[in-house]
Write a protein that binds this ligand. Structure first.
Ligand SMILES: Nc1ncnc2c1ncn2[C@@H]1O[C@H](COP(=O)(O)OP(=O)(O)OP(=O)(O)O)[C@@H](O)[C@H]1O
Length: 257
């Protein structure tokens, strides 16, 4: 776990609310993301984590409240500038075209170039470095559509890395990764924070939050219910309550008696 040596506030949400159609998903969300921290967001299926992330990113419309990035209303920031501030690893991703993996990662350059322009040698080098960082340089020429689920996930993480933004939002980034790749990814997330990046990641694994996060937030029924040091927020009693487990359903390592 990382110590919270926190600096500049990069993103702030105030009284944020979101919905799908008429169904309220979350409301009254106040949160801050500061430079160099890894924040893990946990909560039961359907509690609103993905919708919250997508609303923070401006990919889903808010119904109330405001998101500020470096003090500026995010709504007023143009898409290309947003792409320089925030990158995103989605939970699910469909791609209709069989782009080679290197091309997929080069899409990260959107903040720096118009999509119809050819990538510069520097951008290609950056994309190759991102593949090497994820340990998947051998996939560079493979069509993205022919990759396994875990391989695709690693490509999306490499793409976010190549975007080189101060903030990265990852929605269940260990989804589909084998045990070794999960451990390596959590170490890379810690290294990103050491390099001054801010990461907000959702996870269904309290142990992942304990391993790499400087802060944990828990969410239930569309509300943030706890926010603080992962070891304080994620204790046997709070995990039981969050996921509505009775004592006998808890794994033996988390039982209180
Ligand atoms: N495209 C959609 N249209 C309508 N309702 C949706 C849509 N996507 C999600 N929802 C609903 O919004 C609520 C929150 O979903 P969301 O995906 O944000 O939850 P989550 O916490 O990320 O869940 P999970 O842990 O299962 O990924 C759920 O009740 C879900 O059914």
């Amino acid at each position: 776990m990382k110590l919270n040596t926190v600096k500049e506030c990069l993103l702030e949400a105030k009284k944020l609310a979101g919905a799908h159609g008429k169904n309220r998903v979350f409301s009254d969300i106040d949160l801050q993301l500061k430079q160099g921290e890894v924040v893990a967001l946990l909560g039961p299926n359907g509690c609103g984590k993905t919708t919250l992330l997508r609303t923070l990113l401006g990919l889903h419309p808010k119904t109330a409240g405001e998101v500020f990035v470096r003090g500026e209303s995010f709504e007023r920031i143009k898409p290309q500038q947003r792409a320089r501030l925030l990158s995103y690893v989605p939970q699910y991703h469909k791609m209709a075209f069989a782009y080679p993996v290197l091309e997929m990662v080069l899409m990260a350059a959107y903040g720096e170039k118009a999509p119809w322009l050819q990538a510069s040698a520097e951008q290609v080098d950056g994309a190759k470095r991102a593949l090497a960082w994820m340990g998947i340089e051998h996939l560079a020429t493979k069509p993205y559509t022919q990759l396994s689920g875990g391989q695709r996930q690693m490509v999306l993480i490499a793409r976010a890395y190549a975007q080189n933004t101060p903030m990265i939002m990852m929605d269940e980034p260990t989804n589909g990764l084998d045990y070794g790749n999960q451990i390596k990814l959590l170490q890379r997330v810690e290294a990103l924070a050491d390099a001054g990046k801010t990461v907000l990641m959702t996870t269904h694994h309290p142990e992942h939050a304990l391993q790499c996060a400087s802060r944990a937030m828990t969410m239930k029924n569309g509300r943030l219910i706890a926010n603080g040091c992962p070891h304080k927020v994620l204790n046997p009693a709070s995990i039981r309550e969050l996921y509505e487990l009775c004592e006998t359903e808890m794994p033996s390592c988390l039982r209180t008696a």
